[in-house]
Design a binder for this molecule. Structure first.
Ligand SMILES: Nc1ncnc2c1ncn2[C@@H]1O[C@H](COP(=O)(O)OP(=O)(O)O)[C@@H](O)[C@H]1O
Ligand SMILES: [Mg+2]
Length: 247
């Protein structure tokens, strides 16, 4: 069994089946990029893995344990599986250090001193040590997203889910966020990321998965998916991306 194993995953909203039987195996230290048109199901898949959505069928396993369905402790699960969103979602009424230390103190069992030391080290790593006391509205989008990543890392997740984390950023701020993801990949973090940054996916992914209307239509190494996709749908998607100047 793979480290993170998704099998037969189905999810519907009403009578709209959004995920139509997803099978995906992610090994430790792998970086998987999910690509596909808007509405293809990328966010829903990530949200199901993090138990932000219930699933209708199938199973999700993490390190040999079932982490889907009834009876799963979602707080424990989310400690192992961290997620970062397009829209940062920092707590606006808390400064940076409080944003980062909240969960480690409340859920992770750390003292304030321990949590602060850890948060400070992480903020240093992403070049934001001087922003510890700043409130989110004083930070650029790129800085807020870096704090959001740090906040997730502070819980020492075993898997990181990243949902279009650069999509809301001005172009000049994308690189500073992708730089952190690149660093995490180099350190061996297991990651599953939905992205429209095809150049980045090509560079950082071990495997690229193309989702189409809720099905994982094609997957393979970036070289193959980006240069000789097997499926006509994948080819059409890449063509549209190239036409938009995004590849
Ligand atoms: N909470 C929801 N209720 C109803 N439909 C939803 C909900 N969330 C997503 N959908 C629908 O599910 C489909 C997949 O959405 P999503 O997973 O967000 O795709 P992607 O992230 O690839 O753009 C879309 O048709 C979307 O409208
Ligand atoms: Mg999405």
């Amino acid at each position: 069994m793979a480290f993170l194993e998704i099998s037969g995953l189905r999810k519907s909203y009403g009578d709209h089946e959004v995920l139509r039987g997803i099978d995906l195996a992610v090994e430790r230290h792998q970086v998987i990029c999910l690509i596909g048109a808007s509405g293809s199901g990328k966010s829903t898949l990530l949200r199901c893995i993090n138990a932000l959505e219930t699933i209708d069928a199938g199973q999700i396993g993490l390190d040999g344990e079932v982490v889907s369905g009834a009876g799963v402790d979602v707080n424990l699960l989310r400690r192992d599986v961290g997620m970062v969103f397009q829209s940062y979602n920092l707590f606006p009424h808390m400064n940076v250090i409080d944003n980062v230390t909240l969960a480690p103190i409340r859920l992770g069992g750390l003292s304030r001193e321990q949590a602060t030391a850890k948060a400070t080290a992480l903020l240093e790593r992403v070049g934001l040590a001087d922003k510890a006391k700043a409130f989110p509205d004083r930070l650029s989008g790129g800085q807020q997203q870096r704090v959001a990543i740090v906040r997730t890392l502070a819980m020492e997740p075993r898997v990181l889910l990243l949902d279009e984390i650069t999509a809301a950023l001005d172009p000049e701020l994308v690189a500073e966020v992708l730089g952190i993801v690149r660093q995490l990949a180099a350190e061996g973090m297991t990651m599953l990321l939905a992205t429209h940054e095809m150049g980045f996916a090509r560079e950082v992914a071990d495997t690229v998965c193309f989702l189409h209307q809720g099905s994982l239509l094609e997957m393979g190494p970036p070289e193959q998916i980006f240069t000789e996709p097997a499926e006509e749908r994948t080819r059409m998607f890449l063509k549209s991306i190239i036409a938009a100047g995004r590849l």
